[in-house]
Design a binder for this molecule. Structure first.
Ligand code: ADP
Ligand code: MG
Length: 263
């Protein structure tokens, strides 16, 4: 295994001919955790979905390499196999597929034929990780996300992270709708993954999560690109003072993208 390395250069992404992400640059090296913070409607989720290969988003410009390979040329399943993982802002509910079945299929889809995880090992690992995340055993046999509360869905995303052991995880607003105890559990799960061979991109509106998951670098996203970068102290200033000072400093009036009719 080698350390992950993501490099995004001058990336522009459109949806239905509207340009949402505009000339975006970011490099994440092995072992690094980056946070992207920003107001709503600035293109954060669009970036995350496009990196995973969501067909709705069109890449109009720029390059993305993952461990030196052209990520944009890869199919969705190839991206997952290469070690990319996205915890979505709004995880879907899937009736008829249990959480355990989903996880086992997802693990095996990322492995070579003949190298499938044994049932014993799978159950042992699942038990251990669900215990760590303080999830009730019944969640293994429930349909994927069906009837899960907001907080349970987020916990379940972290369970997927721990079971799939990706090289680079993107968490899109994993903190939304979590109370402080659930937030701590989610952070504990994520921190289990940390190491030289794992990198993370945490997308969040609020600084709170970053008290428990310490980022190496913090970026502010507005108008579909990174407008400011710094260390953890930048997140603290955003928490204390909001986003207005960044807009003033940079002369930005409307930080959002794709809503040209907005005043
Ligand atoms: N599937 C979609 N269809 C139409 N517009 C979209 C879609 N996804 C995102 N957008 C638009 O792109 C802009 C940025 O959205 P998003 O990436 O979700 O921002 P953020 O995650 O920063 O809140 C918004 O104006 C949103 O309406
Ligand atoms: Mg979003």
């Amino acid at each position: 295994m080698s350390a992950p390395h993501l490099k995004i250069e001058n990336l522009s992404i459109s949806i239905e001919d509207k340009e949402i992400v505009k000339g975006f640059n970011l490099e994440i090296k092995g072992g690094e955790i980056h946070a992207i913070m920003g107001p709503n409607g600035t293109g954060k989720s669009t970036l995350a979905s496009a990196l995973m290969g969501h067909p709705k988003y069109e890449i109009t410009k720029g390059t993305v390499t993952f461990n030196g390979e052209d990520l944009l040329e890869m199919e969705v399943d190839e991206r997952a196999k290469a070690g990319l993982f996205l915890a979505m802002q709004y995880p879907s509910e899937v009736t008829g597929v249990t959480n355990a079945d989903f996880l086992r299929s997802a693990i095996n889809a990322r492995r070579e034929e003949g190298d499938e995880i044994s049932l014993m090992k799978f159950i042992r690992t699942l038990d251990k990780q669900m215990g760590m995340l303080e999830m009730d055993e019944s969640f293994a046999q429930r349909y994927l996300n069906e009837g899960f509360s907001g907080g349970e869905k987020k916990r379940n995303e972290i369970l997927q992270l721990l079971m799939l052991e990706p090289k680079l995880a993107i968490l899109d607003e994993i903190d939304s709708g979590l109370d402080i105890d659930a937030l701590k559990v989610v952070a504990k799960g994520f921190n289990e993954m940390r190491g030289e061979e794992f990198s993370g991109l945490i997308i969040t509106h609020y600084q709170r999560l970053l008290n428990y998951i310490k980022p190496d670098k913090v970026h502010v996203m507005m108008q579909g690109r990174i407008v400011k970068s710094g260390g953890p102290e930048l997140a603290q200033r955003l928490e204390a003072e909001g986003y207005d000072w960044v807009k003033e400093e940079l002369g930005i009036e409307d930080e959002t993208v794709g809503q040209e009719q907005q005043a």
